[in-house]
Design a binder for this molecule. Sequence first.
Ligand SMILES: Cc1cc2nc3c(=O)[nH]c(=O)nc-3n(C[C@H](O)[C@H](O)[C@H](O)COP(=O)(O)OP(=O)(O)OC[C@H]3O[C@@H](n4cnc5c(N)ncnc54)[C@H](O)[C@@H]3O)c2cc1C
Length: 470
Amino acid sequence: MDRGNPGARLGALSARLRADLDPAALLVGNELDGRVAGTWGLPRTLAARILVRPADTQGVSATLRICNELSQPVVTHGGLTGVVDGAWAESGDLILSLERMTRIEEVDVVGRTMTAQAGAPLQRVQEEAARHDLMFPLDLGARGSATIGGNAATNAGGNRVIRYGMMRALVLGLEAVLADGTVVSSMNQMLKNNAGYDLKQLFIGTEGTLGVVTRLVLRLVEAPKSQATALVAMTDFHQVTRFLSYIDGALGGTLSAYEVLWQDFYHFMCARMPAVTPPLTGVHPYYVVVEALGSDQVRDTELFESVLSDAFENKLITDAVVAKSQAERDAIWSIRDDVVQLMELKPVFLFDVSLRIRDVEAYTQGVRQRLTEAWPDQQLLVFGHLGDGNIHLAISAGAESGEARTEVERIVYEPLGGLGGSVSAEHGIGLEKKPYLPWCRTDAEIELMKSMKRTLDPNGILNPGKIFDL
Ligand SMILES: Cc1cc2nc3c(=O)[nH]c(=O)nc-3n(C[C@H](O)[C@H](O)[C@H](O)COP(=O)(O)OP(=O)(O)OC[C@H]3O[C@@H](n4cnc5c(N)ncnc54)[C@H](O)[C@@H]3O)c2cc1C
């Protein structure tokens, strides 16, 4: 192939692919106009000029085999809701899109599993489980567009991790295609299987750098029959951590969400959402969205309300409002979840860090202080999955320049090393956090990651340049 001539290169590549794929699978040149490279982050117009969208695993395998032979870089696209530029593609890259692989193949109500193609949107998976009185517990704000394969590739977390774990805990089996086109099918449907290495974990959370996920066996649970949601106010962080232990124990295992909103975040969101009446008035330093999923609406609601009332009497909380309808529940969750409102801050830098719960308050205070020293008019909004030790920071400081971003990143990430924290709790590394991987992983860990990459993808064609440089 003529590497020096992009037109000839594209022509040779598309001719090879056309010979092996169904006609609807290949899009080239102008056929890609209007497509985006992501819904968040770097400039969004897609630079790549060739896209393959196979209908099945064989199509993915044929594509990768050809690309591997030609050393053609490949970037896999799911729903493009990733927030770390993991799906970013250069003009010479080939896009492998899972958009035609959306089939839900089977729901096994006895074994409580679902088998689906990797391009199925998360929301459709949730709805299909619900049709069988079951639940797929993963849930996040981007559920309508995010795909189940993208969720696996990023080891997505979301709002119910405290009870059900991250995506890693919700995948029983997985099929992936290696860089050379080899199909590795580990479509295990059992809860227990210790026969050798658990190969699916190679592809979960590795952001499309070791293989393309094509099908999955998902773990389902019985659909909850009751849901209780409250917004709770607190005066200090000690209350926030004590109330977490208290309510988790008192509810006997049904706590499914513990989302903390620092006051600046709560008031920012309420001010930007005129359709939502603030569920709690007054100013409180912390607000917590708590939710329990149980089996009996009357009994569980009584228990939920009595636990909150005891917490109030014992001065663990300052105020609380329990949602009395789905509309009230949606209103509470929208204040937590409607994070696109943050894009109104100009500039805005968003972070997803992880650290021990007991370190969170001192850490956020330290970040606030250092930001204020650098930019007295900075704005820091903190919120997130505190029950998982995972907080998000939205920071508006300085100009929309690379320089300001780098300085803000230093302020946010630098203290994490000493605390044993992580620069990425659930979003991954992608391109955005690549410089900071060594700030929370040892040289030996990174070298092992690189050697796995070299072994599984010796030509380095899969999502090159993401997570680390070889
Ligand atoms: C409003 C909003 C809220 C969000 N909330 C959360 C949250 O609470 N928790 C959370 O964890 N994330 C959250 N995210 C981030 C995002 O939704 C997740 O990372 C999601 O899992 C990405 O899925 P996707 O299909 O959109 O993947 P994409 O964005 O298309 O891709 C993400 C990465 O995975 C790779 N990839 C995609 N599909 C495959 C595949 N089949 N095989 C191999 N590699 C693949 C891509 O190459 C890329 O590196 C949120 C995003 C938004 C916009």
